[in-house]
Design a protein around this ligand. Structure first.
Ligand code: HEM
Ligand SMILES: [Cu+2]
Length: 641
C-alpha cells in the first residue's frame, strides 16, 4: 500500500539519495537520532572549550589590579561571547544531545517523530554558531552583553572602524539558533506524546523524559518571544525603526520585558534537563526508587508554569514601581517551593539507600550541593532591598554560575559519565573520572565562591579593570587560580575520553544495574534500537523485571534476570529505518547566507533564501524511507523509460 502511494511521487529527487553508511558523508546525511545526538554532543563540547578559553582570558585580565591582558573593547567582546556561547551553544545543545540520544531509548521507540527535522535542527545550530563566531573576522565579536540591552544592542560602540556589524551578528545569530531550538521542540513534544511504548503511560515515564517534555514546551513558547524581540532589534538596526529608541518614542524597557519574558523561562530550559538527569542517576546508585516520583514530576511542571510569572525580578532596579516590584518579589519566592520539593526528594532518595560512589553519582551529588548554594543566593535576590544592593555586582555573577555551572554543567557531566557506556560501548575510567570531579568541584568553588564576597564589597559586574586600592585583589587572584583548576579538570576529562576510546567496545548492556529501558538493549544500541518494542508495566520497568521486594521491603534479584534479554539475537531484518538525506543540510545552509545578506549585500540574502526553499522543497518531495533496493531499481528504470 505505502509503496504504491510512493510511486505517484517524483521517483528521484534533485540529488541521488545518499547511501554511505560509514565515513564523513554518512554523518553529514544521517537522520539517525543517535548519531545526531553524538553530533550535538561533540559540537557543544567544542563550543564549551571556546567559551572556557574566553572565560580564562577574562579571569587572567582580572587576576591582578590594572590588568593589561585585554583592553576594554576586547573585554566587552569576550564576556558577551562567553555568556552567549555558554547559554546558547553549550548548555542548550548539550541538553539536546541527551534528548536526541536517549528520549527514544527511554520511551521504547525506534526513532524520533521527525528524523529529518532533527537533522535540520542540528545543522541550523552548527551553522548559527559558526555564523556568530565568524563575526570575529568581520569587525569583532558582539559586545553588548548576553542580554543585549538597548541601546547597547541597537547601536554599536566598538572601537574598530567596522564595528558597526557586531551586534548584527548577535541579533541574527540568535535568531538562527532560535530556529534550531524551536523546530527541535516540536519534534520532542510530538515524540514524547505519540511514540511511547505500549503501557508507558505518562506517570510511568522516566523523570528525564518528563523534564524533557517540560523543557520542550518551554522552548515552544519562549523561542517565539525572543524571536519577536530580535526582529524588533533587527528592524531598529537595519531599517531605522524606533522600538527601543526614546528619541523616536520607543522604550528600552520594552526590550527588557521581552528579553526576560523569554530569559527567565530560559533559565529553567537550562537547568531542568540536568535535574532530570540527576533524578535518573540518584536512584540507580542508591539502589532505591526515586522518592516521591509524582512530586518530582509535578514540581517540574509547576516550575514550567510559574517560570512565566517572575521575569521582572531581573528588573527590580529599573524603576517599575513598588507594586510591580512587590508582586514579582512574591512570585519569585513562591517558585522556590517546587524547587525545594525536588531537593527534598533527592535527599529522600539517598536516605537509607545502598549508595555506590561512582563518578556519575559524585557529579550528581555535586550538582545537588552546588545547586542548593546557587538557589539560596537566588532567594536573596527575590528581596527587593537586597537586590538593589546586589544587582550588577559580582554577587550576581557568583549566583548564576552556581546555578548554571554548579547546576547544569555538573548535571550534564553526571549524564556523560552515566550514559557514556551506552553511547560508545566503552566505560570511562573511574580513577580519572573521580580526579576530574574533585578538581572541578574545588576549582569551581575557588572561582565562584569568592565572587559573592567581591560583590558584597562592591565590585561591579563587567568591570574590565580595578585598582589596587579598591581592595579586590586577593579574592580575584584566588578566583583566577580556581578557573585554571577547572581548566585542568576538563583536560583530565579529555584524557579519560581518549584512553577509553583506545579500549574495545566491551561495556555490557546494563553496566550500572539500571532501571530504565535504554539498559535493556546492547551498548551501543543497534540502528533500530529495539529489536522488539517493549511493553511497560510500571515506573522503572526494567528494575522490576530484575528485582522483587522481599517481606522486609528489600530488593531481591528475580532468578532469571532480565538483562540477559538484552543480548537476545535479532539481526533487525525487516525493520525499516528512515533513509539518509541531503536536504536538511541544504535547507539549513541558506539561513546564515540570509544573515550575511542582511548585513552586507541583499543579493546574498536572496541566494540564501533560494537555497532554503530548494532544501525544503526537495525534502518535502523525498519519501522518508527509500523503498527496498529491488523496488528502487524498478522505479529508476521507469524514469529512464
Ligand atoms: C570555566 C568556567 C567559567 C568561568 C571561569 C567563568 C567566568 C566568567 C566571567 C569572568 C564572567 C564575566 C563577569 C563580568 O565581567 O561581568 C562571566 C560571565 C558570564 N558567564 Fe561565565 N564562567 C564560566 C563558566 C560559565 C558557564 C558554564 C556558564 C553558563 C552555562 C556561564 C555563563 C555566564 C554568563 C551568562 C555570563 C554573563 C555574560 C554577560 O555579562 O553578558 N559561565 N563568566
Ligand atoms: Cu529569572
Amino acid at each position: 500500500m505505502a509503496i504504491a502511494q510512493r510511486e505517484n511521487l517524483p521517483a528521484t529527487s534533485l540529488f541521488r539519495r545518499p547511501s554511505a553508511t560509514t565515513g564523513v558523508w554518512s554523518w553529514i546525511t544521517t537522520v539517525d537520532h543517535k548519531r545526531i545526538g553524538i553530533l550535538y554532543g561533540v559540537t557543544s563540547f567544542v563550543f564549551f572549550i571556546l567559551g572556557g578559553i574566553e572565560a580564562l582570558l577574562l579571569r587572567l585580565q582580572l587576576a591582578a589590579p590594572d590588568g593589561k591582558v585585554l583592553d576594554a573593547d576586547l573585554y566587552n567582546q569576550l564576556f558577551t561571547m562567553h555568556g552567549t556561547t555558554m547559554i546558547f551553544l553549550v548548555v542548550m545543545p548539550m541538553s539536546a544531545a541527551f534528548f536526541n540520544f536517549f528520549i527514544p531509548l527511554m520511551i521504547g521507540a525506534r526513532d524520533v517523530a521527525f528524523p529529518r527535522l532533527n537533522a535540520f535542527s542540528y545543522w541550523v545550530f552548527l551553522l548559527g554558531g559558526i555564523f556568530l563566531y565568524s563575526s570575529f573576522f568581520l569587525g569583532g565579536f558582539p559586545d553588548g552583553g548576553w542580554f543585549g540591552y538597548a541601546p547597547l544592542s541597537t547601536e554599536s560602540y566598538g572601537a574598530l572602524p567596522n564595528a558597526a556589524s557586531r551586534m548584527d551578528f548577535w541579533a541574527l545569530g540568535l535568531q538562527i539558533l532560535g530556529i534550531a531550538s524551536l523546530v527541535a521542540s516540536v519534534n520532542f513534544v510530538t515524540t514524547i506524546i505519540n511514540m511511547r511504548a505500549p503501557g508507558m503511560s505518562f506517570m510511568r515515564m522516566p523523570v528525564f523524559v518528563w523534564m524533557t517534555l517540560v523543557v520542550n514546551f518551554l522552548l515552544l513558547f519562549a523561542m517565539p518571544v525572543i524571536a519577536v524581540a530580535l526582529f524588533q532589534v533587527m528592524f531598529d538596526r537595519f531599517f531605522g525603526t524606533g522600538f527601543f529608541d526614546v528619541a523616536m518614542g520607543g522604550d528600552p524597557v520594552l526590550w527588557q520585558h521581552m528579553f526576560w519574558l523569554f530569559g527567565h523561562p530560559e533559565v529553567y530550559i537550562l537547568i531542568l534537563p540536568a535535574m532530570g538527569i540527576v533524578s535518573e542517576i540518584l536512584p540507580t546508585f542508591s539502589r532505591k526508587p526515586l522518592f516521591g516520583y509524582p512530586f518530582v514530576v509535578f514540581s517540574g511542571i509547576a516550575i514550567g508554569f510559574m517560570g512565566w510569572g517572575v521575569w521582572a525580578h531581573h528588573m527590580f532596579a529599573v524603576g517599575l514601581g513598588p507594586v510591580a516590584n512587590s508582586a514579582f518579589a512574591l512570585s519569585t519566592m513562591f517558585i522556590a517551593v517546587p524547587t525545594g520539593v525536588k531537593i527534598f526528594n533527592w535527599l529522600g532518595t539517598l536516605w537509607g539507600g545502598r549508595i555506590r560512589f561512582k563518578t556519575p553519582m559524585l557529579f550528581s551529588l555535586g550538582f545537588v550541593a552546588m545547586f542548593v548554594i546557587g538557589g539560596l543566593s537566588g532567594v536573596t535576590h527575590a528581596l527587593v532591598p537586597h537586590d538593589a544592593q546586589q544587582t550588577d555586582t559580582y554577587y550576581i555573577v557568583a549566583h548564576f554560575h552556581y546555578v548554571l555551572f554548579g547546576g547544569a554543567i555538573f548535571g550534564l557531566f553526571a549524564g556523560m559519565y552515566y550514559w557514556w557506556p551506552k553511547v560508545f560501548g566503552r566505560l570511562l575510567g573511574e580513577r580519572l573520572g573521580k580526579l576530574h570531579f574533585w578538581l572541578m568541584l574545588i576549582g569551581f568553588n575557588l572561582t565562584f565562591g569568592p565572587m559573592h564576597i567581591l560583590g558584597l564589597q562592591g565590585m561591579a559586574r563587567r568591570y574590565y579593570r580595578y585598582r589596587a586600592e579598591d581592595g579586590f585583589t586577593a579574592w580575584n587572584f584566588i578566583a583566577t587560580v580556581g578557573s585554571f583548576i577547572i581548566a585542568l579538570s576538563i583536560l583530565v576529562f579529555l584524557v579519560n575520553v581518549a584512553l577509553a576510546h583506545r579500549k574495545p567496545k566491551t561495556a555490557s548492556a546494563d553496566p550500572w544495574d539500571g532501571r530504565t529501558l535504554e539498559w535493556t538493549i546492547p551498548s551501543p544500541p543497534p540502528e533500530y534500537n529495539f529489536a522488539e518494542i517493549p511493553t511497560v508495566h510500571a515506573v522503572d520497568d526494567f528494575w522490576h523485571r530484575k528485582y522483587a521486594e522481599d517481606k522486609s521491603g528489600r530488593a531481591q534479584p528475580v532468578p532469571a534476570g532480565g538483562s540477559e534479554e538484552a543480548e537476545s539475537g535479532h539481526d533487525g531484518h525487516g525493520i525499516h529505518m528512515p533513509s539518509p538525506s541531503y536536504f536538511p543540510l541544504v535547507a539549513a545552509l541558506g539561513l546564515p547566507l540570509i544573515g550575511y545578506g542582511l548585513i552586507y549585500q541583499w543579493a546574498i540574502a536572496a541566494v540564501g533564501a533560494m537555497m532554503t526553499l530548494v532544501g525544503l522543497y526537495g525534502w518535502a518531495l523525498e519519501p522518508s524511507t527509500e523503498p527496498e533496493p529491488a523496488q528502487h531499481e524498478s522505479t529508476s528504470s521507469r524514469v529512464a523509460d
